[in-house]
Design a protein around this ligand. Structure first.
Ligand code: SAM
Length: 239
């Protein structure tokens, strides 16, 4: 891993990283490589791009001060651990839950967490099912999601996890503007108020045009949501 690139990027974002964090990033990259050799875990990227696309991009909410000390956070559709793992490496105080519908990704994350000496919860489930479980529903300060679904669909997959006063955060590209109106209507139905897209440029990669879609949870999500697994994507709310 290119340490200098990581540290320069984090510095540009105003995020401090101690030696333990840098060593954990290096170890995590090595574990990803190890798994990618034996299974199709995540797209294989050139080293510098991986730092930018995975580590620095994932750190965006820290640059904006969105996650308070000890915040309870769920990463919905985490895949190989993004954005959750870089966030946990940088902020081990976060109480992180990694959720994914694919067991092989959850097994990878359990192994990676153990080897990195980090503690977090892992959950093998569909977001639609977990969002109805009493122990997860409306219990999180923040529900995060990157590269999982369209903006309106994501509202239904994430907002049921968020307590009133908390936030849902979706990582999006420049296309988010076109999805915004529908996502705002979907958020409203789910007890949320979607803010205007917030620019979240990755250091050195402004051309990517990344933004965060932040939804404030202003009241409880009606009991009919989330709908059964598959329906949010098939019939997105707010159309
Ligand atoms: N968030 C990661 C990233 O940015 O690299 C992974 C993105 S990957 C394209 C999408 C992931 O979301 C997959 O691991 C998939 O299993 C998971 N996923 C999609 N729909 C889901 C759902 N309804 N509930 C739980 N996980 C879901």
């Amino acid at each position: 891993m290119n340490r200098e690139r990581l540290l320069r990027g984090l510095d540009a974002l105003g995020i401090a990283a101690d030696e333990t964090a840098v060593e954990r990033f290096e170890a995590f990259h090595a574990i990803l490589d190890e798994y990618n050799r034996k299974m199709d875990l995540t797209a294989v990227l050139e080293e510098d791009e991986r730092v930018d696309r995975h580590d620095l991009d994932s750190a965006a909410p820290l640059a904006m001060g969105l996650l308070g000390q000890g915040a309870k956070v769920i990463d919905v559709g985490t895949g190989a651990g993004f954005p959750g793992m870089p966030l946990l490496i940088l902020r081990p105080d976060l109480r992180m839950t990694f959720l994914d519908a694919l067991q092989k990704r959850i097994a990878f994350l359990q192994d990676a967490l153990a080897r990195l000496g980090l503690s977090a919860e892992t959950l093998h489930a569909r977001a639609e099912d977990a969002g109805r479980m009493r122990e997860h529903r409306e219990t999180y300060d923040a529900a995060l999601s990157r590269a999982v679904a369209g903006s309106a669909v994501l509202q239904e997959l994430t907002l049921p996890f968020v307590r009133t006063g908390g936030i849902a955060v979706a990582w999006k590209g420049p296309g988010a503007a076109e999805e915004w109106q529908q996502a705002k209507r979907a958020a409203f139905l789910l007890g949320g108020a979607l803010r205007e897209p917030v620019p979240a440029p990755v250091p050195g990669r402004p051309e990517w045009g990344h933004v965060l879609l932040i939804t404030d949870k202003i009241k409880n999500t009606p009991g009919i949501y989330p709908r059964r697994a598959g329906l949010p994507a098939k019939k997105p709310l707010g159309a």
